[in-house]
Design a protein. Sequence first.
Length: 104
Amino acid sequence: MIGNDDPWVIRERRIQALADRLRTFSPERLARSISSGGSIAEIVHQACVRIAVQGRPVPRLADAACADQWLVIAREAGQCARADGDDLAAAELDAVMEHLRSIT
């Protein structure tokens, strides 16, 4: 049985928590430009493109869909990294997640 301190369980919780946080944002907040360039929704999309499995195309959806897009793409990236034992991909996912958390 996987314990609560398993890094993959923790990573999955962090992915979900970020999606939940993004869902609380108003459309205006998602569309607002921030200091690091672009809107929050655009930056979430760029993050999804960065971590997409095997360079899969990631369409730019409506701002309101960015939380769901993040959740799907990040979960898939995490599951693939775990299955492949790919520590580099896991580290990239963590770095992207940390950046998104810092701007939200």
